[in-house]
Design a protein around this ligand. Structure first.
Ligand code: ATP
Ligand code: MG
Length: 636
């Protein structure tokens, strides 16, 4: 009922079309009735009354009525289909908008296949109901009762006798409606399952092949396919149970007519032409009886689909802009976490992030490291408010992210995600995704910084090359670099790079780092950059490195400070360098380690320390040496 209430405004917006459709339908019904009446008149006037000259006019009348009725029927069917498409257009638009406003948590819980079923199969069942049943059901009901009334004017007793089957039909339809709804629910669920399995397997076909799991996946699919088949058979079982009852009732009608009507004509209680007219009208009570089954099916099917779509629509959007958001032109880029706790499950003791506090000043580079599953991506997701914190606050420029208009906040934060997703579009379209009006110069520049320009230029159609969804046709590192270029092209105040260089070699990473630092330097704007990485060399120039373990910050500081601590970071660093024991700051400097060997994300203390050692590595790039100090950067 709630679902229908939700649908009603969409129908109301098309009410005039629907009312016009019903009026035209009324005309169509009237013309249905006229034909058997004329047939009766032919029997009465031409056959019995021997007025043979009336035959042709009567036949011409029947032909014209049939022609007009066909034209009318065509017109109103088109009108209903058109109206249904209009309603569907609005429904689809609103469902899609709702989908786009849903937060990450919702997408975490719902499978793509389910959502696709809502958007396709379920909405189509609603369309079918509006396009067909909204005229067919009234048509059948009105035809049934009008035919009864007209039949009654010819012979009330015979009409009464012909109604003998009606209670049985109503009983069977009522039982069928009750039983078929769960069966339809099952069909919709299995359809969603089928969709999910199919989309997962098509999307993951490379994994399937790599693990030679074709046979297993085919077996898995046949189970889902079987379940879908069984679900449909479940519906058919209910239909088969009641169909014979409906069909027998309907088949009995001509038999009853011939028996009762024949006896009444023989007994002189009724004229032959009256029986012929009633015979002509008979299918108008017969056909609706047969159609009753289908209508019940359609109503239940559409009702089930409507429930499913409504279920999706009624889900609250948990993350929304506040009513009176803080207005901001452009974010400055200061980010602060204050005692943040976060959990995906909301269950006690299941916190993914625990008591996170740190501050990133405008223009600083923050490195986030930690073992897999330690919460790095989750931490980054909170800055863009993809999830809300359970406890504590995330502040950008000193303002809680919950107080920003979501698009204002996210517009200035570019997030190159760990799971690269490219659209089925040109390379250029993918890079300019965040700034569709970006000039080609901006696209080229972003690609150059991400070290993607060269390989893109070598592609057969360069920037116009179409890449498939998920970036089919590109290597992992190429995809990452296009995704990085996409983030860079938006010129954000806050740049989040979540493991975006994991698939590129260290030299390429080095080039990217240098180009990015160079760009910041040239543009004269400060950009706060978060780098999530497993390769510690990626973050060792950062102004602040946070080391996460089981959702907690266990160490923090610059590279040199962390090396001095000789804790987790230091041991990981040495392990990655292929050495067993961690060394101190001084030892590192002596050995020419540390940041000297890697590129700059900014002019960091680590780099300054490196420069001060006078180690040859510190002179790798003259540009590095000319980078402004933190103070200078803060001033620009
Ligand atoms: N959408 C989600 N729903 C539920 N749990 C999640 C979700 N995403 C991550 N987790 C869980 O939260 C924890 C932290 O995950 P997160 O992705 O933040 O780790 P990570 O440090 O980025 O790991 P990696 O280095 O592998 O990328 C993990 O235990 C993970 O299983
Ligand atoms: Mg991650």
């Amino acid at each position: 009922m709630q679902a229908f209430k939700w649908l009603l405004p969409y129908i109301k917006r098309q009410k005039w079309r629907l009312i016009l459709g019903q009026i035209v339908n009324g005309l169509n019904i009237a013309l249905w009735i006229v034909r058997p009446i004329i047939a009766g008149l032919i029997v009465r006037d031409v056959v019995q009354g021997e007025q043979h000259h009336l035959l042709l006019p009567y036949l011409a009348l029947i032909a014209s009525v049939t022609l007009v009725r066909s034209v009318i029927r065509y017109a109103f069917i088109m009108l209903f289909e058109n109206t249904a498409q209009k309603i569907l257009f609005e429904l689809r638009r609103d469902v899609y908008n709702k989908l786009h406003n849903q937060n990450f948590r919702w997408f975490d819980k719902n499978r793509i296949g389910d959502t696709m079923s809502r958007m396709t199969g379920d909405l189509d069942a609603i369309r079918h109901f509006i396009a067909f049943d909204t005229y067919a059901i009234p048509e059948n009901v009105v035809l049934y009762f009008v035919a009864l009334v007209v039949m009654g004017t010819y012979s009330l007793p015979l009409t009464g006798i012909l109604m003998i089957t009606t209670p049985v039909v109503i009983w069977a339809a009522w039982r069928q409606a009750r039983e078929i709804r769960p069966a339809f629910h099952n069909v919709r669920d299995q359809f969603a399952n089928l969709n999910s399995t199919c989309s997962e397997n098509v999307g993951g076909n490379r994994v399937v092949k790599a693990f030679t799991k074709e046979a297993y996946e085919i077996e898995k699919f046949s189970k889902v396919n079987q379940a879908f088949y069984d679900a449909h058979m479940g519906v058919q079982k209910v239909n088969i149970k009641y169909w014979p009852i409906m069909n027998t009732c309907s088949a009995l009608l001509p038999w009853i007519l011939l028996l009762a009507g024949g006896l009444m004509v023989i007994g002189g209680h009724m004229e032959l032409y009256e029986m012929i007219t009633i015979g002509g009208l008979l299918w108008m009570i017969d056909n609706p009886t047969r159609m009753f089954t289908w209508s019940v099916n359609d109503i239940q099917n559409a009702g089930t689909s409507l429930d499913k779509v409504y279920e999706m629509m009624r889900q609250p959007i948990l993350i929304q802009s506040p009513e009176n958001p803080v207005r901001t032109e452009k974010l400055q880029g200061t980010v602060e976490f204050r005692n943040v706790d976060f959990s995906y499950s909301f269950e006690p003791g299941q916190a993914t992030l625990k008591n996170i506090s740190f501050r990133a000043e405008k223009g600083q580079t923050i490195g986030i490291v930690g073992e897999t599953g330690s919460g790095k991506t989750t931490l980054m997701a909170l800055i863009s408010r993809f999830y809300d914190t359970e406890k504590g606050e995330v502040l950008v420029d000193g303002i809680n992210v919950k107080d920003y208009n979501l698009s204002d906040l996210r517009r200035d934060i570019a997030y190159a995600m760990q799971d690269v997703f490219l659209y089925s579009d040109t390379v250029e379209g993918n890079i300019a995704f965040g700034v569709p009006d970006a000039s080609m110069d901006i696209v080229y520049e972003a690609a150059k910084i991400a070290d993607a320009h060269e390989f893109i230029s070598k592609m057969p159609e360069g920037y116009d090359t179409i890449v498939g969804e998920r970036g089919v046709g590109l290597s992992g590192g190429q995809k990452q670099r296009i995704s990085l270029a996409r983030a860079i092209a938006t010129e954000p105040s806050i740049l989040i790079l979540d493991d975006v260089t994991s698939a590129v070699d260290m030299e390429t990473e080095q080039r990217i780092q240098e180009a990015l630092a160079d760009k910041i330097l040239k543009s004269g704007t400060a950009r706060t950059t978060f780098i999530v990485a497993h390769r510690l060399s990626s973050v060792q120039d950062a102004d602040l490195i946070l080391v996460l373990e089981h959702g907690e910050i266990i160490e923090r500081g610059t590279h040199l400070e962390l090396m001095d601590k000789a804790g987790y970071y230091a041991s990981m660093y040495m392990e990655q360098r292929g050495s067993a024991a961690p060394r101190s700051n001084a030892e590192e400097a002596d050995a020419g380690f540390a940041s000297c060997s890697s590129g700059p994300w900014g002019n960091t203390p680590a780099k300054q320390a490196c420069a001060s050692t006078g180690h040859p590595a510190s002179k790798r790039s003259l540009r590095e040496g000319s980078a402004p100090s933190e103070k200078e950067k803060g001033a620009v």
